[in-house]
Design a binder for this molecule. Structure first.
Ligand SMILES: Nc1ncnc2c1ncn2[C@@H]1O[C@H](COP(=O)(O)OP(=O)(O)OP(=O)(O)O)[C@@H](O)[C@H]1O
Ligand SMILES: [Mg+2]
Length: 315
């Protein structure tokens, strides 16, 4: 499969700050790529360089084979963009806005179908300045679809939306992917990335700290799968002694890391044979969110430590 986006050694400096500090990634055509990272990590800066709205300091970018900065005019006909904060003329209604975009791009969009797709039908004839934040975002998404873009850049399309509306946007992303379009998405909702994305990259302080499918990232950076059992501290102590393995105990719950295939059965048999009461068991893995918090937290600790002044007399 050809790549819709190729990025090599991309750098963006704002004076002394390297907001994007040498990143590389590819996005295959027809896939969903989620770009995750804490506030100020460099997501919007990267997204806008891909869209041709910001000039890079160095490195190489190809979107549909074009350089977004020098071939912007040709590229903009093939991409759809919704910025992190979508603004439009105050007195224009969503229906009028879609018709206006249609004329702009020389397309005949069906406003009712587009508004239905993003669940904004009830506000079709309301002025833009009367829409709520989430409704404005939805209109931004509808407008980005007018041009039937091959690549859609969605910068936090679901921030501030209620759970129901977020699901509507997820469905739009799924529809786009099903139609063979490429979606480049930034989000702070990790479960959204886990549900929608083929590939995920986590960026922190301008550098990519993890990259792969959500599953690969969880397997590489997450903790081992764990067995959880409801029981007493005596039972926890019994398992520790009997099997010689670490057992975490908290609020009536034992948590034991599973390292090998047969571990769960072995541990449950020991628990069952112990004579101590126990109920319900489950196995669980880290979610992408847990891995994210751990990875970013760990990195920031390192940054803080290395930036902390050394006190005389301490090593
Ligand atoms: N025009 C600018 N001039 C100077 N610094 C900037 C400019 N735009 C962004 N920055 C800085 O670059 C860094 C990255 O910003 P960016 O907007 O890309 O972050 P982000 O990952 O999109 O964050 P958020 O999740 O808050 O949207 C931040 O430290 C920000 O303050
Ligand atoms: Mg941003």
């Amino acid at each position: 499969m050809a790549n819709a986006i190729e990025v090599r050694g991309l750098v963006k400096r704002y004076d002394a700050l390297a907001a994007v500090d040498g990143i590389d990634f590819d996005v295959p055509e027809g896939s969903v790529f989620a770009f995750l990272g804490p506030n100020g990590a460099g997501k919007t800066t990267t997204t806008e360089m891909l869209e041709g709205l910001r000039r890079r300091t160095s490195g190489d970018i190809r979107v549909l084979g074009l350089d977004p900065w020098t071939d912007g005019r040709e590229l903009h006909r093939q991409i759809g963009v919704i910025p992190q904060e979508f603004h439009f003329f105050a007195k224009v209604t969503p229906k009028e806005a879609i018709a206006y975009y249609g004329r702009l791009f020389d397309k005949q969009p069906d406003p009712d179908a587009l508004l239905d797709q993003v669940q904004l039908t009830d506000k079709a004839d309301s002025r833009f300045d009367t829409l709520s934040g989430g409704q404005k975002q939805k209109l931004g998404l509808a407008l980005s679809l007018v041009d039937e873009p091959r690549v859609c850049f969605l910068d936090e399309p679901t921030t501030g939306l209620d759970p129901h509306a977020r699901r509507a946007i997820w469905n739009v992303v799924r529809d786009l992917r099903r139609d063979g379009r490429t979606v480049f998405l930034t989000t702070h909702y990790l479960e959204e990335a886990e549900l929608l994305a083929d590939q995920v990259a986590i960026i922190n302080h301008g550098r990519i700290v993890a990259h792969g499918t959500p599953q690969e990232i969880i397997e590489t950076y997450g903790g081992p799968e764990r067995l959880r059992v409801q029981g007493s501290s005596e039972l926890a102590e019994y398992v520790r002694q009997r099997l010689g393995i670490p057992v975490r105990f908290e609020s009536g719950r034992l948590e034991i890391a599973l390292r090998e295939k047969g571990d769960a059965l072995r541990i449950l048999s020991a628990i069952d044979a112990s004579g101590f009461p126990w109920t319900g068991f489950a196995t669980e893995r880290d979610t992408l969110e847990e891995v994210f918090v751990h990875l970013v937290g760990q990195m920031d600790e390192g940054v803080l430590k290395s930036a902390a002044p050394t006190v005389e007399g301490t090593p």
